[in-house]
Design a binder for this molecule. Structure first.
Ligand SMILES: C[S@@+](CC[C@H](N)C(=O)[O-])C[C@H]1O[C@@H](n2cnc3c(N)ncnc32)[C@H](O)[C@@H]1O
Length: 234
């Protein structure tokens, strides 16, 4: 796995799943959105096709479409086999079955790949990594992390999580992260430390239930808001 931290897999979700995970309403969708660690998700491609504004950053984007496709295909068998072995750790409602999950992930990757070259040209896919984002302050309205922060709590410590979320809050007044569970389904040990750190800095930190659940018990999203933005929003 040359282009990711060991254990962080390129595996992509759809716009519908992002809307569920982050409880995105029309007002959110109409803002400038930054996706951190979007990988081969189809969120950016689908959003762009519908006229919305998304920029995605991921170290995966340093590689060409063929390399990414090969890597996702290699990942596919490993992940589906792991999911089959641990079927009871997941809730099969938003995603009804293992074959449906496989089809959805491959559809997301193909939709991403079909958009990748154009997205690179348009500056919508950028090779960059948390905790350093190549953007001016307040370049976005909302910064998202789906299945990167908290999920890989063994690979990335509390300090990394705080620095990554501080950086997301530098470029956007609000950051959301989902899920708050690790790979394997245990709660992330960093959630409490992150909430304490940001609350002490006058950042509003809230855990919210969202409509999406795939990892059993994983319906919770962290929402962080700079207080000035929160007051302006009402
Ligand atoms: C499991 S995938 C999630 C993809 C997508 N967000 C989704 O939910 O469908 C995790 C992604 O995090 C990316 N990643 C690894 N290290 C990163 C870092 N330091 N900053 C941002 N993304 C990173 C990986 O390359 C990978 O694409």
């Amino acid at each position: 796995m040359p282009f990711t931290v060991d254990g962080v897999v390129p595996w992509g979700r759809t716009m519908e799943e992002y809307c569920g995970m982050f409880d995105l309403g029309e007002r959110d969708l109409r803002g400038r959105i930054l996706g951190c660690g979007d990988g081969p998700a189809s969120f950016n491609a689908e959003m762009t096709a519908q006229g919305y504004s998304v920029v995605s950053v991921d170290p995966l984007y340093a590689f060409g479409a063929e390399v990414i496709e090969k890597r996702v295909e290699e990942t596919y068998d490993v992940i589906l086999e792991q999911l089959a072995r641990n079927r009871d750790d997941f809730v099969w409602t938003c995603v009804p079955s293992l074959p449906a999950l496989g089809q959805r992930r491959m559809w997301a990757m193909r939709t991403f790949l079909a958009d990748f070259a154009r997205g690179i040209r348009e500056g919508r896919y950028l090779d960059a990594s948390l905790p350093d984002l190549p953007f001016e302050d307040n370049s976005f309205d909302l910064a998202l992390s789906s299945h990167f922060l908290f999920l890989y709590s063994k690979e990335f410590d509390l300090d990394f999580h705080v620095r990554a979320l501080e950086e997301m809050l530098r470029v956007a007044p609000e950051a959301r992260a989902f899920p708050l569970l690790q790979v394997g389904g245990a709660p992330s040990p960093h959630v409490e430390g992150v909430i304490d750190t940001f609350t002490a800095q006058d950042i509003q930190a809230r855990i919210e239930e969202v409509p999406y659940e795939f990892q059993r018990g994983g319906r919770r999203m962290l929402r962080l808001r700079r207080l000035i933005a929160a007051q302006t929003d009402g």
